[in-house]
Design a protein around this ligand. Structure first.
Ligand code: GCU
Ligand code: CA
Length: 387
């Protein structure tokens, strides 16, 4: 698993605390993966509740919500009716794991990523068409946030709003996104008034179309629960309502956690074929390790872990050449990243970071970086363990 730019940002943020930071845990924000359902394996068990034609308006069309390949599929027929008959609803709620559903609480920050396929039959309308909401569980309250397909001056758009204050987080044209997989990212900081915020990102073919953050009230009471599927008004006046569907796949939910960062200076580690130097500025601690230009040269750090579990390992390095200096990263003798690239950083005084996820054991762990080629390792400043 590669580390996101945000996690790296947090790590760099910790690094900015400066050379004086001792080798004790500091704290940094990190994203912990909480939910990653495999549709084929868990089916609709991925969700807390299923609202498949809850008014039983169209038995012949049931199930409207089911697994198709690696995706969750939501069918909507023009004849489908919700309990309020001026609208239609085929939705699932929540994020459920085999051991129970997740509770998104005030003060927490959650991130959801997924891919979605909106066919051209699922059109934007003049009245509401929501394809994703967050809500407080229970009936009778308004949504907290909504992703909607809305006609704006006749143009089909997809937008995200904080509902109560009608705060537009972002909006882009829908038609170019029809009939293809697009990627969405949604982040909600759950809080009352200005302590809440939402970030909404939409990408198509690797191009970022929207990446916007807005402050606003994201907490009504109890907890926040996502809803997905199709929930739309029949009041559309643009003739856009037809049989349609929505596909969702690669669904992930992450919770922001405070992770401990332990910095281990290279100059304090075990060195094989190398020396400690300090002639290139910008290092933390008292220096860095310059390994010999030889394959097999290594630096080995020791880290005591209270419990077994995943960690993010970040190596800070400089490579003043234009050639890569690949190295193998091994944890407790097992290579977890083979030929990890350490490309040129422009100068020996320009330091960069490279991160890898790996499992640590309870007790003392050895983390060894060994030069894979005759160039040796890059100059090594420190290893940071985030977990
Ligand atoms: C230079 C540089 C060293 C570096 C070495 C190398 O000698 O000053 O810091 O380790 O190149 O190519 O490995
Ligand atoms: Ca060297």
């Amino acid at each position: 698993m590669t580390v996101t730019r945000r996690q790296l940002g947090a790590l760099v943020g910790a690094a900015l605390l400066g050379p004086a930071l001792p080798a004790r845990p500091a704290s940094a924000a990190a994203w912990k993966l909480m939910w990653a359902p495999d549709p084929a394996a868990v089916g609709l068990g991925a969700f807390e509740t299923i609202e498949d034609d809850r008014a039983d308006s169209h038995p012949a069309g049931q199930p409207h919500i089911y697994v198709e390949g690696d995706a969750f599929r939501f069918n909507m027929h023009t004849v489908d009716r919700d309990t309020s008959t001026d609208r239609q609803r085929q939705e699932v709620t929540g994020t459920r794991n085999p051991d129970g559903y997740l509770r998104w609480l005030a003060g927490e920050t959650w991130r959801v990523t997924y891919s979605m396929y909106i066919p051209s039959s699922l059109k934007a309308t003049t009245t509401f068409t929501h394809i994703s909401q967050t809500k407080m569980p229970g009936t009778g309250t308004s949504p907290i946030t909504v992703t909607s397909l809305r006609r704006v001056n006749g143009v089909q758009t997809i937008e995200h709003k904080i509902f109560e204050s009608d705060t537009l987080v972002g909006r882009t044209e829908l038609e170019p996104l029809h009939d293809k997989w697009i990627d969405a990212e949604y982040e909600i900081k759950i809080g009352d008034g200005s302590s809440g915020s939402v970030r909404w990102v939409l990408r198509s073919g690797g191009v970022t179309l929207v990446d916007a953050t807005k402050t606003g009230d994201t907490f009504l009471g109890d907890r926040v629960r996502p809803k997905r599927g199709i929930y739309r008004s029949l009041g559309d006046t643009s003739g856009s309502l037809q049989n349609c569907y929505l596909l969702l796949r690669n669904m992930r939910a992450y919770k922001q956690v405070q992770a401990a960062v332990t910095r281990l200076e290279a100059e304090d580690a075990t060195i094989s074929q190398g020396v400690v130097e300090s002639n290139h500025a910008g290092f933390s601690g008292t220096g860095f390790v310059n390994t010999d230009n030889a394959a097999g040269a290594y630096v080995e750090w020791r880290h005591d872990a209270a419990a077994a579990g995943p960690a993010t390992l970040t190596v800070r390095y400089a490579n003043g050449t234009s050639a890569d200096r690949p190295a193998d990263l091994a944890v407790n003798g097992r290579v977890v990243a083979s030929g990890l690239p350490f490309p040129g950083t422009g100068a020996w005084t320009s330091w960069a970071s490279r991160s890898v996820s790996a499992d640590l054991a309870a007790g003392t762990n050895t983390i060894r970086l060994t030069a894979a080629t005759a160039g040796g390792c890059p100059n090594l400043d420190y290893l940071e363990v985030l977990r």
